[in-house]
Each structure stands twice: as structure tokens, then as C-alpha cells.
Design a protein around this ligand. Structure first.
Ligand code: PMP
Ligand code: GLN
Length: 383
């Protein structure tokens, strides 16, 4: 008898909520404010540059660490934005998306039994990517309703096995951002320890209300122990292109590349060629926060006509709304019902927790055309 059953490495994992809600939205012809992606056209000049790169023969493998010119321009960008001294040869690797960069950094560092501090709610790939490496997620809830880090609690969770702290700013799903106070707390906790930091900064430019993006790259003491992950998909409104990068000091990046080279080897060439040119338009990423803030403000204004109550969002693609005053239903149930009965898909925040937690909050993606937001709110007003 053949035994072809797999002893699952992720026995408790189902299909990601983003796919579940997007499929449900399509089935019910709902407006999809669930999965985080823009529904408007990206910059067509970038598309033209990719086309040109293909037409001029940039269709074979590029260097496994990423197109050298793109890495040089990224190093310049990080120097001008964060005053960071990043070596383009040794400290940057281009990856097929931010999620892959996160997975690769975790796989590079973690040994079975290592502990990783993870905050909840958090992006749904983190915990599976820790456990698949045999490491142990140590879950710390963010405070409700401002979704801040309770650093006193963090201190009590640090043990001799703590290998890494995972951070995400601006934060998915809550839109909270790290402050200078958070940075000071983090610095004092990791000082004189061998703890690494994985900082998910894919929303670096999507930050509002004149807040400063607290990148780990700004602080030499934090940078020396950090893998910082980014995504071009978020910066250039092309989430489907799946291109990102990781930045880490040379010795850490050397190990990262050992994992990367036999998993992906090298990423899409024409897109890298195009981005190496396009990234020079600094004004495009510098004004992105303001543009997206405008969408957040417009969405908030429209939503005032509904019974939902806004929680603050200072960054990312997302805005949380509480329905605590309207219904006792569980988040998952209400998200499914609103999709089916009212034609608007959202994401229940409970799915970003490992354990059962239900604050009666839904996540809405507002990076959409104004007409999409208007129609969605028209439908939600009936709720
Ligand atoms: N981290 C967070 C917090 C995200 O929301 C996303 C969005 N997809 C990613 C990482 C990954 O980005 P990418 O699509 O480039 O893999
Ligand atoms: N990051 C996106 C979100 O939070 C989705 C990415 C994905 O579908 N994996 O909606």
C-alpha cells in the first residue's frame, strides 16, 4: 500500500482570508474593500518603461541579488530618506515581493525552538512563516483601540530563547504607526542582546498627518540587527507585480542570500530595469502619503453617513471601523453577511489573531477610486 499522505508542516492553516473574501466578493458581485489593492490604473509611464525594457532585450536572468543599477538607486534613496549608509552590493537583495522577503529573513535566522515576538493583530503570513521553521511565535496583543505596543509587557516576554522581534509600521491591519517613543523602548530592550529585528515596512510611504516613518534604517544600532522588508507593489500601485527587497547589514545579508539563491535565484528582469529609471522620480513616492491620505479622509467623510465608528488610521491602505454599537455578531459572520446581503466585502480583524479575539471591528481598504468608495458607502448606509 502506498502511503502518500503528508505530515503537514502547517496543520492548522487554512486558505488566507484575503483569498476567501475576494472569492466571496466576486461570487456576490460585491465591492471589494477587503483585500488590499488599488482598483485604479497605476502610472502608465512605468508600464511603458517595462515594455521598452522587454523590447530592448532585457528578458534574461539578472544578477541573483537584483539588477545592480536598481540596488544603487535604492541605496541612494535610503540615504536621502533615512540617512542610512546602505551598501548596494552587499546590503540589498531584490525579492519577488515583500512576503517572500519576510519568509526568507525568518528562514535565514530561525532554528527550531527559537522564540519570535509577534504583535497581534498582525499580517497573516507571519505566524505560519515562523512555525514552518520550527520556531515559536510569542504573541503579544496590541492595546485596543489605539493598537500600540505595551513595552512593559514585551519586557516580560523576553527570554534567553528570544531570537527576533517582528515589527510592522505603518501597520496592517490597523493603520497604527511606530513613534519615537516606541523606538526608544525598542532600543533599550535589544541593547546588549543578540536579538534580531524583522521590520516590515512595505507601507513606508503610505503615512499620513505629517507623521514620520520610523524606519529601522534611521538608527544605526537598530539597523545593525535588522532585516527591513519593502514592496514595490505598494509604492507604485502594482501589487500584482510582486517585487520587493530586503535590506540588512552585509553579514546578515550574506546568509539571507544563501536561502534566496536556491529558492528564487533572480527576479523579473524588465520590471527591475524599468524601476531603476522610474525610481528617480522622487516626487512620486514623496507625495504618495498625501494622495492616499486624501482617500482616507474622503472615505471617513462618506462613512459618517453610516452607523460604523471609525478608529484612527495613520498609515497603510487600511481603516478599521467598529460595529460594536450596531450588532453582536462575530466579525467573520458579519463580514460574510455584509458581503452577501449588502454587496461590500471587508476583512474581519479577528483573523489577524492566533487565538479567538473579537472586538467587533472590520478592516476596510480605502485605496480605491472615489466612485468605488461612494458606491460602497451607499450600500453600507442601508446596513
Ligand atoms: N507585509 C504587509 C503588512 C502587507 O500588507 C503586505 C501586503 N501584501 C506584504 C507584507 C507583502 O507585500 P507583497 O505583495 O510585496 O508580497
Ligand atoms: N497585504 C494585502 C492585504 O492585507 C493582501 C496580500 C495578500 O493577499 N496576501 O490585504
Amino acid at each position: 500500500m502506498l502511503n502518500l499522505s503528508i505530515n503537514s508542516k502547517l496543520p492548522n492553516v487554512g486558505t488566507t482570508i484575503f483569498t476567501v473574501m475576494s472569492v466571496l466578493a466576486a461570487e456576490h458581485k460585491a465591492i471589494n474593500l477587503g483585500q488590499g489593492y488599488p482598483d485604479f490604473m497605476m502610472n502608465t509611464a512605468l508600464i511603458a518603461l517595462v515594455n521598452e525594457a522587454m523590447q530592448t532585450g532585457n528578458n534574461q536572468y539578472v544578477h541573483m541579488n537584483g539588477l545592480p543599477l536598481l540596488r544603487e538607486r535604492l541605496a541612494e534613496k535610503m540615504e536621502s530618506l533615512y540617512n542610512a549608509n546602505v551598501n548596494a552590493d552587499t546590503d540589498i537583495t531584490i525579492t519577488p515581493g515583500g512576503t517572500y522577503a519576510i519568509y526568507t529573513a525568518l528562514t535565514t535566522v530561525l532554528q527550531p525552538g527559537d522564540e519570535v515576538i509577534v504583535f497581534e493583530p498582525g499580517y497573516d503570513s507571519y505566524i505560519p512563516n515562523i512555525t514552518i521553521n520550527g520556531a515559536i511565535p510569542v504573541l503579544i496583543p496590541l492595546t485596543y483601540p489605539d493598537y500600540a505596543i505595551d513595552w512593559e509587557l514585551v519586557k516580560t516576554k523576553i527570554t534567553s530563547k528570544t531570537k527576533m522581534i517582528m515589527l510592522n509600521t505603518p501597520h496592517n491591519p490597523t493603520g497604527s504607526v511606530l513613534s519615537s517613543f516606541d523606538i526608544e523602548q525598542l532600543r533599550s530592550i535589544v541593547k546588549d542582546t543578540g536579538i534580531f529585528i524583522l521590520s516590515d515596512e512595505v507601507y513606508e510611504h503610505l503615512i499620513f498627518d505629517n507623521k514620520q516613518h520610523e524606519s529601522m534604517l534611521r538608527y544605526a544600532d537598530l539597523r545593525q540587527r535588522s532585516f527591513v522588508c519593502f514592496s514595490f507593489g505598494k509604492t507604485y500601485h502594482c501589487t500584482g507585480w510582486k517585487l520587493g527587497y530586503c535590506v540588512a547589514p552585509a553579514a546578515l545579508m550574506k546568509e539571507f542570500r544563501k536561502v534566496h539563491q536556491f529558492n528564487c535565484f533572480s527576479c523579473n528582469s524588465p520590471v527591475q530595469v524599468a524601476l531603476a529609471t522610474f525610481i528617480q522620480h522622487k516626487e512620486l513616492y514623496l507625495q504618495l502619503g498625501k494622495e492616499v491620505q486624501h482617500k482616507r479622509d474622503y472615505f471617513q467623510l462618506l462613512m459618517q453617513q453610516t452607523k460604523f465608528k471609525a478608529l484612527p488610521s495613520y498609515g497603510s491602505y487600511f481603516q478599521l471601523y467598529s460595529y460594536a454599537g450596531i450588532s453582536d455578531e462575530k466579525e467573520k459572520d458579519i463580514a460574510i453577511r455584509i458581503t452577501k446581503e449588502f454587496g461590500v466585502a471587508t476583512i474581519p480583524v479577528s483573523v489577524f489573531y492566533n487565538k479567538e479575539k473579537d472586538d467587533k471591528v472590520l478592516r476596510f481598504c480605502f485605496v480605491k477610486k472615489e466612485s468605488t468608495l461612494e458606491e460602497a458607502v451607499n450600500r453600507l448606509m442601508k446596513f
